[in-house]
Write a protein that binds this ligand. Structure first.
Ligand code: FAD
Length: 293
């Protein structure tokens, strides 16, 4: 099923996983998927390292297994910054052959000190390429706190609208820890004429190193309330995990009450955390479904 069709009369709840690292046991991802599929998410997306290599094969295989082995719709991420057109076509052909209908088209992060080797400069180039040659439902990324390279919120929205014009059917946001950024961005996106569903990306922060890396990479603001939690519990692993889960539940509760199109949970391959969050918000999602039909 194409993910854009999921939004008719429901609040979508989706999950994201990453393929196992090269030195990790392959079976672990399948234990993770087994537990995550119990949640019956609307779809599970699988990341893809922009550097390519073996990671891409794993993404395709895992996305295929999610769909055919666990019966959950899947989305394969595809960063294009290092891809030639022929390589992109090869991957897309393989996705098609595996029966995958949804691709999250991304540029990928630039590597410092080396020029990108690919034929695509922006995600929009890949979106156009896919729409011209294939029948995939295409997802794209968006940034409530503005992508670090955009220069301004106006440019950021201009290029986001361009991605939608090139054919993006569904958007997923970068993580954010202050819902006000999402509401402001959502309103401006609609005013700018971007009409496709926008899912809110939520990352439960359960360790300090993880959030420090995210802040550096994505330029996400840490609200005072969040910093207080982090400072109080940073030396107590289980307390910080519980506080991170509670914070994510709080964010999701507010988003659902405001009528968000969907929630995309960055699971960090942690089914325990995903289950605790889902259990806490499941009834809210159900109510929002019955209220909107
Ligand atoms: P683009 O849409 O190309 O935007 C990049 C910058 O260029 C922005 O500043 C934008 O304003 C500007 N821009 C866009 N189009 C144009 C244009 N036509 N002309 C001029 N400027 C333009 N990375 C991975 O490597 N693998 C993953 O699996 C992955 N999954 C992700 C999932 C989500 C939900 C999100 C939010 C991000 C993910 N990323 C992933 C990270 C992503 O690759 C980076 O954020 C990257 O820096 C930008 O990707 P993009 O697709 O948004 O790029």
């Amino acid at each position: 099923m194409k993910t854009a069709e999921l939004f008719e009369n429901k609040t979508v709840f989706s999950l994201e996983v990453f393929p196992p690292k090269p030195d990790a046991e392959e079976s672990v991802i399948y234990d993770t998927l087994e537990e995550l599929s119990d949640i019956s998410p609307d779809f599970i997306s699988v990341t893809y390292g922009a550097g390519g290599g073996n990671n891409g094969c794993k993404t395709i295989q895992i996305a295929s297994d999610i769909k055919h082995r666990y019966g959950v719709e899947s989305v394969a991420h595809l960063p294009c910054i290092e891809l030639k057109r022929e390589q992109a076509a090869e991957i897309l052909d393989s996705l098609q052959a595996h029966g995958i209908e949804n691709v999250l088209a991304l540029r990928g992060d630039r590597r410092e000190g080396s020029a990108p080797a690919g034929d695509f400069r922006h995600a929009s180039d890949l979106i156009s390429f896919i729409k011209e040659n294939y029948d995939f439902n295409v997802l794209a990324a968006c940034y409530p706190e503005v992508h670090p390279e955009s220069g301004s919120a106006v440019n950021d929205l201009k290029w986001l609208r361009y991605k939608a014009e090139c054919g993006a059917d569904h958007l997923i946001t970068q993580l954010f820890l202050d819902n006000r950024y999402f509401y402001d961005f959502y309103e401006k996106a609609r005013i700018a004429g971007i009409g496709v569903p926008i899912e809110a990306g939520i990352m439960p922060v359960t360790n300090k190193r993880q959030i420090e890396r995210m802040v550096k990479l994505c330029g996400v603001e840490l609200p005072k309330k969040f910093v207080r939690v982090l400072e109080k519990y940073e030396h107590n692993e289980s307390a910080l995990r519980d506080a991170g889960i509670a914070y994510a539940i709080d964010q999701i509760t507010d988003l659902i009450a405001e009528g968000v199109d969907g929630i995309h949970l960055y699971t960090m391959n942690n089914p325990y955390v995903a289950h605790r969050i889902f259990d806490a918000v499941e009834s809210l999602i159900a109510v929002s479904v019955s209220a909107s039909v």
